[in-house]
Design a binder for this molecule. Structure first.
Ligand code: NAD
Length: 356
């Protein structure tokens, strides 16, 4: 199991270092992981003149999974767009054909107060949103701004999904549901959009191959409402690029803490790129203040989804739960009565819980 480790910029190296320490514990216990590092983002630009240097891309392509920190460096914001650090992620998604984005939203009971919703609505939430990443209105042609005969300008984009694209993400959704509670909810707008009518038809067809998974459908406007009203009714949601973009951000905020949320982007063979959902947080970089848990939990997702190592993934997640139950917190999730620690000390605590 070869892992490309791309720490990136800002807090990236600090948080990835803690995730690697956790993986080292599992390695010492017999897991055969091979880790190789490369520069990416601003670090890639500084080292080789490009945010996604050729050697980094080659390493990512050759590896079985990519563990990614974060990219972004405000001092490079004046560079032409194709050289900005953030382009590295888009390049990796495209080159590795990562079409499925997994965003879990989990609320640990100890952190339920951090949500803007009532604790009884969110406590115990464990939801996975799967968003298609490479199709839909974000990429559909034709698009543009044109001038009409009456001289008025008109903007237009095209929502498109081919049968094969829908089928591919539907299979991903059903397979993920099988690794959880076997409940899949497909989000669409089949009542208004032809593209979404096809979406629903194909998801139902694919569902026949997964009789053990309970399939339901919901319109996106209702989904947005239900996520606030009763988010615990959902287990896995699968949806298109635009609806998923919006719903996954909405769901992440149910948890109230950006430093806790991992993510994965997978290809058709479950090779994936794993990263925290937050950015490089330049305001706290290099100060031992960043919460490394989102990155540690991203490593757990990597073990589950790319390497099928459910037990090892659970072991990490259980250690994180134990640390939170013990009241250990980085500044972003600290509340009165709990113990505030730094990035490295949070890593120490997870390792202690892992080996207890
Ligand atoms: P950000 O997510 O980096 O930070 C937003 C706020 O959350 C900041 O106050 C930061 O201190 C805090 N924060 C983020 N992660 C944290 C953690 N692990 N622990 C504690 N606090 C944390 O977003 P931003 O400030 O808008 O962007 C900073 C840079 O990151 C920009 O260059 C942006 O383009 C880039 N970015 C990269 C990614 C990525 O690599 N996937 C994602 C988003 C933004």
């Amino acid at each position: 199991m070869k892992i490309a480790v791309l720490p990136g910029d800002g807090i990236g190296p600090e948080i990835v270092a803690q995730a690697l320490r956790v993986l080292e514990v599992l390695k010492a216990d017999g897991l055969k992981l091979e880790l190789e590092h490369a520069d990416v983002g601003g670090a890639g630009y500084r080292a080789s003149g490009h945010p996604l240097p050729e050697a980094t891309l080659k390493l990512a392509k050759d590896a079985d999974a990519v563990l990614f920190g974060a990219v972004g460096d405000f001092s490079l914001d004046t560079l032409p767009r194709h050289l900005r650090p953030e382009q590295a992620i888009l390049g990796l998604r495209k080159e590795l054909q990562l079409f499925a984005n997994f965003r879990p939203a989990v609320i640990y009971p100890e952190l339920a107060d951090a949500s803007t919703l009532k604790p009884e609505v969110v406590a115990g939430l464990d939801l996975l949103i799967i968003r298609e990443l490479t199709g839909d209105i974000y990429f559909g042609q034709p698009r543009g701004i044109r001038t009409l005969e009456n001289g008025e300008r008109e903007g237009f984009d095209t929502m498109r999904y081919s049968e094969s694209e829908i089928r591919r993400i539907a299979h991903t959704g059903f397979r993920a549901a099988r690794k959880r509670n076997r409940k899949l909810c497909s989000v669409d707008k089949a009542n208004v959009l032809d593209t979404m009518q096809l979406w629903r038809e194909i998801v139902i067809e694919v569902g026949k191959e997964y009789p053990d998974v309970e399939l339901s459908h919901i319109y996106v406007d209702n989904a947005a409402m239900q996520l606030l009203k009763n988010p615990k009714q959902f287990d896995v949601m699968v949806t298109g690029n635009m609806f998923g973009d919006i719903l996954s951000d909405q769901a992440s905020m149910l948890t109230g803490s950006i430093g806790m949320l991992p993510s994965a982007s997978l290809d058709a063979n479950d090779k994936g790129l794993y990263e925290p959902i937050h950015g490089s947080a330049p305001d706290i970089a290099g100060k031992n203040l960043a919460n490394p848990l989102a990155t540690i939990l991203s490593a757990a997702m990597m073990l589950r989804y790319s390497f099928n190592l459910e037990d090892a993934a659970l072991r990490i997640e259980t250690a994180v739960k134990r640390v939170l139950a013990d009241g250990i917190r980085t500044g972003d999730i600290w509340t009165t009565g709990t113990t505030k620690v730094g990035t490295k000390e949070m890593g120490d605590a997870v390792i202690k819980a892992l080996t207890a």
